[in-house]
Design a protein around this ligand. Structure first.
Ligand code: DGJ
Length: 462
């Protein structure tokens, strides 16, 4: 099992220094390690929010545990533990799949109950499983499949929802809702059945007496335009409401995993939480797309624009615009860049210009003096994976991560933002890995057409 204290943190890294929720970049925990909580959900206990997710690896899909991080501001995350590690055998044993953990606190028992999708590596043995713990941050005990009348629930993508009256519900792909028993350890009743075939990554929340049910289309780890339904009761009638992000944005390049209501003295912000998957580099190159949901008078929900960064006041429950601090310099104008291999200046038909390379091992090294570095890149259908390293003046590694500059359309945005550092001299190196997103699903193949890594602008905080 991972031990947070065993990781040596470079002394230049200042932890708990970020102020905004930034989407589409790796996040770093208190140890300077990428936050790995994919397909996540959040539960608040006391003053802390606990984020549970798939603790991924960078080479394949096998279950290596569910992670737990905690935060008091939803921005700075503290690694707690791998709260459900790989089991010695069984449905979450070696070489199995475990996805989308969601935790509820059972009002009847006080126990924390985690639900998850268990499967084989080919996704042909799906079952909803559950685990319990007396404490929120584990370790959880895995009990195997969740049963309904003694039967396994053979579903994959799933979520869990607790209503205002304390009743617990399991939600699954294809539009199913099941009510949980009072002890949350089994299912007692199907509430909605097969409402919409193929609807994956379900998430349910309630706002002003209306239930919202979000989910994605069925494209493996590839992004698609997610949709939603609303209803006056969990039993329905559920009304299809269409897309909630502009069609073609592919839900701002993400897949729904959860919606977190953050209630304060002045209102409630509903935080859309999505995954920007990056198979097989899901540990470090996948990113989080967390956006404040908008609601019109008639309850229509939307994400009209992509907010790269924004602030959430957790006391008032209000969110506000926030720009990532720093000055932006085009990579072509940045002084002293060291170039290895061939990088070419490229302008695409959308007018985005960058420096890019698909040559394995080619690198750009950007020297800087300051407290924070990041960069913008252009993601395109032929984008691949790049390794990012920050080194100190002595050449020691401060931090490393992987970024992906892949998108089904041409899109320019911040792709990397390092943590705050002690002011000093450093360098940032971006190296082409010669790898790309690829996924062979049951009925289709998804992936990038190239290995291009892009760098467009350098963001520097002095
Ligand atoms: C889509 C699901 O939403 C993910 O959780 C994962 O199971 C992938 N399919 C695997 O293809």
């Amino acid at each position: 099992m991972l031990d947070a204290s065993a990781v040596e943190v470079h002394p230049a890294i200042r932890t708990n220094a970020s102020e905004a929720i930034v989407s589409g970049v790796p996040w770093f925990d208190q140890r300077g390690i990428a936050v790995s909580a994919r397909g996540a959900g959040i539960l608040k206990e006391g003053e802390r929010w606990y984020l549970f997710g798939e603790f991924k690896q960078d080479h394949g899909n096998a279950f290596v545990g569910f992670s737990c991080y905690s935060s008091t501001d939803l921005v700075n995350w503290r690694f707690e533990n791998v709260v459900l590690p790989t089991q010695p055998d069984g449905r979450l044993g070696p070489d199995r799949v475990g996805e989308r953990p969601k935790v509820l606190k059972c009002p009847a028992t006080g126990e924390f109950v985690m639900y998850m999708h268990t499967d084989d590596r080919g996704y042909r043995d799906p079952a909803v499983g559950y685990a319990t713990s007396p404490t929120i941050n584990g370790v959880y005990t895995f009990h195997g499949p969740l049963l309904h009348n003694g039967e396994i629930i053979k579903k994959w993508d799933m979520s869990a929802f607790q209503d205002d009256d304390g009743a617990g519900y399991l939600v699954t792909h294809s539009g199913n809702i099941f009510r949980l028993a009072d002890d949350y350890r089994s299912v007692v009743e199907p509430v909605v059945q097969d409402m919409t075939p193929g609807f994956e990554s379900p998430a349910i929340f309630k706002r002003e007496g209306v239930y919202y049910w979000l989910g994605s289309g069925l494209t493996g780890w590839e992004r698609n335009d997610n949709t939603y339904f609303t209803a006056p009761s969990l039993r329905g009638p559920w009304k299809p409401r269409g897309h909630f992000a502009p069609v073609g944005s592919l839900t701002w390049n993400s897949q729904t995993t959860f919606v977190l209501p953050v209630a304060g003295s002045e209102g409630t912000t509903f935080v859309y939480m999505g995954d920007r998957w990056a198979h097989p580099r899901q540990n470090t190159a996948a990113t989080y797309v967390w956006q404040p949901l908008h609601f019109a008078e008639d309850g229509t929900m939307s994400l009209p624009e992509f907010r790269q960064s924004w602030n959430l006041d957790t006391l008032t429950g209000r969110w506000s615009e926030a720009r990532v601090a720093g000055s932006l310099v085009d990579i072509r104008d940045y002084p002293g860049v060291r170039v290895e291999g061939t990088w070419t200046r490229h302008t695409d038909s959308d007018g985005h210009t960058d420096l890019r390379s698909a040559e394995k091992g080619a690198s750009l090294t950007i020297p800087f003096t300051g407290t924070r570095i990041g960069f913008h890149a252009v993601a395109r259908p032929d984008g691949g994976f790049g390794r990012v390293e920050i080194r100190d003046a002595g050449g020691d590694l401060v931090l490393h991560s992987i970024v992906e500059t892949y998108c089904l359309y041409s899109e320019a945005s911040l792709k990397f933002l390092g943590p705050e550092l002690e002011r000093g001299d450093y360098s940032l190196t971006v190296t082409v890995l010669g790898e790309r997103f690829f996924w062979q699903a049951k009925t289709a193949t998804y992936g990038s057409h190239g290995d291009y890594v892009s760098v467009q602008k350098i963001l520097l905080v002095e």
